[in-house]
Design a binder for this molecule. Sequence first.
Ligand code: COS
Length: 383
Amino acid sequence: MDLSLTEDQQAFRALARDFLEREAVPHRMQWDHDESVDLAIVPRMADLGFFGLTIPEEYGGVGGDYVTYSLAMEELGRADSALRGIVSVSSGLVGKSILVHGTEEQKQEWLPQLAAATKLGCFALTEPGHGSDAGNLTTRATRDGDDWVLDGQKVFITNGTWADVALVLARTSDDGSRGITAYLVPTDSPGFEAREIRGKLGLRGQATAELFLQGVRVPDSARLGEVGQGFKIAMSTLDKGRLAVASSCVGIVQGCLEASVAYAAERTQFGRPIASFQLVQDLIADISVDADAARLLAWRCADLIDRGEPYGTAASKAKLYASEAAVRAAGNAVQVHGGAGYVDDFPVAKYLRDARVMTLYEGTSQIQKLLIGRAETGVSAFT
Ligand code: COS
C-alpha cells in the first residue's frame, strides 16, 4: 500500500491552495455576507482546471484522476465550500452524468462548455415532497410527438439560478424508480423558472434555488440515457458526488485544525497560550484525528474509482464519516476559539454553518447508513 501522492497530484494541490489562498480566502466572508460569491472567479477556476478535472481531454477537460479530484475538492472545502458546490455540481453531477450516459452529440455539445465553465449545470432531483424518497418523485415528462413536455417543481437545487443546463429527473411512467427518465434542459427554455432560496444557514455564497417547470418542451435528443433509466443515472451519479462532498468536508476539518492551532498559539489565558492547556489539546487532537480518518476514507474511495473497482459503499462511508466529522470538528474549533469563534472574525463560525448541510444533502447520514447496512447484510430495508 502506498499512500504517497504523485508529483502531479502534489503540484495540483499546491496550485489549488495557492490560487484559493489569494482569490477566495480573503473574500469568502464578504461573499457569505452578500449571499453570492463573485462569479468572476468561476472562469479563473476553470483556467486552472477545476471544472475539467475528470472530463477527458477529448471533451475539453484535463483528464485527471479521482485522487486529484479529491484533493481539489478538499482545497475548495478548506477555502470555501460554496465554491466547491459550484464546481462539483456543474462538472461533477452534471458533467459526469453526461460523460457516462450521454450520446456523442450530447458530450460534444455540453462537456467542453462545462469543463471551461462557460456554461454551468445544476442537478434537479430533489422535490418538495421527495428528498430521501427520490424514487417516488412526481415531476412529469409527457411524450408529445418528437418532444417531451416537463411539468413539476424541484427544490434545494445548487447553481439553480446560475445554471445554463439543468439535469432534470422526471417521471415517464408510474413504475416507481423504474419510471424515471433524465433530461438535459436548457434553463432558458420557455416555462422554466428558477427562484433563489435566500437566508440559508450556510453555503450562503452559492445559489440554491427552487425550480418551476411548466410545460417545458425539449426534443427527444435532450433525453439522457434510456427511458426509465433516470433513477439509476441519478443514483450512480450521486455515488461519485458523495466523494466530492466527503473530500470537501475533509477540507473543512483541515481548515478547522489550522485555525484552531493558530488561535490556540496566539490566545493567552491565565498567563499562558491556551495551546498549553490539555483540554484545549484534547479538542485539537480530536479535530486532527477526524482530518486523517476522513481523508483516508475519501482517498480510499477515489483510489477505488481510479482502479475501476466498485466504490459505492466506500463513497457512502466516506460521505457519512467526513460530513459528521466536519460538523464535529467545526464545533470543536468554535470551542477552542471561545466567544471569538462565534463571530465572523475567524473562519470557524462559517465552517460550522457550511458543515451543517453536509450531513443532509446528496443523501442524509441516515441514507448512507441504510446503504452501508444494506451492503453489509445484503438485505434491503425496503423489501
Ligand atoms: N447505481 C446504479 N444503480 C443503482 C444504484 C446505484 N448507486 N442504486 C440503486 N440502483 C438501481 C438498483 O439496482 C435498482 O435497479 P432495478 O430496478 O433494475 O432492480 C434500482 O436502481 C432501484 O434501486 P433500489 O431498490 O436500491 O431503490 P430504493 O428505492 O430501495 O432506494 C434509497 C432507496 C433510499 C436508497 C434511494 O432512494 C436513495 O439513495 N435516496 C437518497 C437520494 C438522495 O441522495 N437525495 C439527495 C439528492 S442530491 S441533494
